[in-house]
Ligand binder design. Structure first.
Ligand code: DOR
Length: 443
């Protein structure tokens, strides 16, 4: 099967760009969506028919924050296993973070990742450049990449850029998008000493507290405003940051939230222990509510998983030796669709906007995030009528666990299509499919 093959998706409930659903057929060819109609003519001999009766067709998920561990940490995950997990989860494109080994802080390291992805990735890919206190020349030159990632906190070594004097020149020079992990490392360091010796993982949310997140977000906003620099605030975790943005969010600033910061909270340490440990940490149930409101009101623009796999063995170490992070790409869409269908938090169209359309818009990714003629044929057919549990035994991620194990979810992907090729079909992956490097329009 190739991108040139014509595929007819028959009888799907299709999410249209205006947010309405329409029952009908979609014709794909040349990697693109060619036609949408209530009924298209019968398929020719070499063409493929895909029966989608009872299924809902959404634009493929674009996950704008993942950690896929290759190169250097492949014992946790690699681009093959991670992109299989994406295909199974309906994630047709991802933007990956620079904390691999070597760090993605040079043009050469970025080129190496792109080459590896071209060999291995079943879905489309983009890679952030990481800022260090020294690599401004690399940041100004490296293309194509969605932007520059700055760890203001929660990072050791050269990727930590935590003081205003070092941050300022990065904001001042160039015009690429800057995405920040906003936590104040000085405050975290002080509090780590205060809480030293405590091994209850719930302490993690107190050490890296709400104030640490707020202070870093304030600093990033201040610098972004000073230079009118395109800023994206990664994984917003607190209500106070959301309220700050509600009061004062320049047009060139966007923010994201993870599914786990919406549906998990500090009560989950008691249920899943260090599997609930991530940066920025989970917060109180009240914060879940404020983040939901901010997302529904458009203060938060879109959703990312922060997929950050660690082995079960690593996670079994007692806090604080347990690493922070949890996987997410193969559960994010059903977790969010279950919030829409079963919990009634939002609509299916809103979920699709937050997980695809708004991401494509925020990162200026052309021709993605909508089901319309001329758009790339990156699509997912989901089943909104049945519930299935999250089972560790079915996971494609190399780490082999999920914080959502046992959760009964609806909206599981049944078929995933990348660039007009079926990469996942009723539980089976097509390992021959390869995604493409994402492109980013710049103003
Ligand atoms: O919990 C986290 N884990 N947050 C991050 O920002 C990094 C990530 C990782 O790479 O493990």
């Amino acid at each position: 099967m190739s991108t040139t093959q014509i595929i007819y998706i028959r009888g799907a409930n299709i999410l249209l760009p205006d947010g309405n659903f329409s029952l009908g057929d979609v014709k794909l060819g040349g990697g693109k969506i060619l036609e949408i109609s209530s009924e298209l003519p019968a398929a020719g001999e070499s063409e493929m028919d895909l029966n989608a009766e009872g299924l809902t067709l959404l634009p493929g998920v674009i996950d704008p924050q993942v950690h896929f561990r290759e190169p250097g940490l492949e014992y946790k995950e690699d681009l093959s296993t991670a992109s299989r997990a994406c295909a199974k989860g309906g994630v047709t494109s991802f933007l990956e973070m620079p904390n691999t080994r070597p760090l993605t802080s040079t043009k050469e390291a970025l080129a190496d990742k792109l080459e590896r992805a071209a060999q291995k990735c079943l879905v489309n890919y983009g890679f952030f450049m990481g800022a260090t206190p020294e690599n401004l020349p690399d940041l100004l030159e490296a293309n194509p990449s969605p932007g520059i990632k700055i760890f203001m906190g929660s990072m050791h070594g050269p990727l930590l850029v935590d003081h205003e004097e070092i941050l300022e020149p990065i904001f001042a020079k160039g015009d690429r998008l800057i995405a920040v992990h906003a936590e104040n490392q000085d405050r975290i360091n002080r509090r780590r000493e205060e809480f030293a010796g405590q091994t209850d993982p719930a302490i993690h949310s107190q050490i890296q507290d709400e104030q640490a997140a707020l202070e870093a977000t304030q600093l990033a906003l201040k610098l972004s405003k000073k230079y009118q620099r395109r800023l994206h605030i990664l994984h917003l975790s607190t209500g106070i940051e959301a309220e700050l943005l509600r009061q004062d969010k320049p047009a060139w600033v966007t923010a994201e939230v993870t599914p786990q910061h919406l549906v998990l909270n500090i009560t989950d340490y008691g249920k899943i222990g260090t599997k609930a440990q991530m940066n920025p940490p989970l917060r109180s149930p009240e914060n879940n509510e404020v983040l939901w409101r901010a997302l529904l009101d458009g203060v938060i623009d879109f959703i990312a998983t922060d997929h950050a796999p660690h082995t079960l063995e690593e996670k079994a170490k007692p806090y604080p030796n347990s690493p922070s992070g949890m996987p997410g790409v193969e559960t994010s869409l059903p977790v969010m669709l279950t919030q829409a269908i079963a919990v009634g938090r939002c609509s299916v169209a809103q979920v699709s906007n937050w997980m695809s359309t708004a991401v494509a818009k925020g990162y200026n990714i052309p021709n993605k995030g909508a089901i319309a003629p001329g758009y790339d044929a990156d699509l997912v057919l989901v089943d909104l009528n049945n519930y299935r549990p999250v089972l560790a035994s079915e996971l494609q991620t190399k780490c082999g666990w999920s914080p959502f194990e046992g959760w009964q979810l609806t909206g599981w992907p049944v078929v995933t299509i990348v660039g007009g090729q079926v990469v996942y079909d009723h539980g089976k992956l097509n390992l021959e499919v390869r995604g493409k490097a994402l492109t980013f329009d710049h103003h």
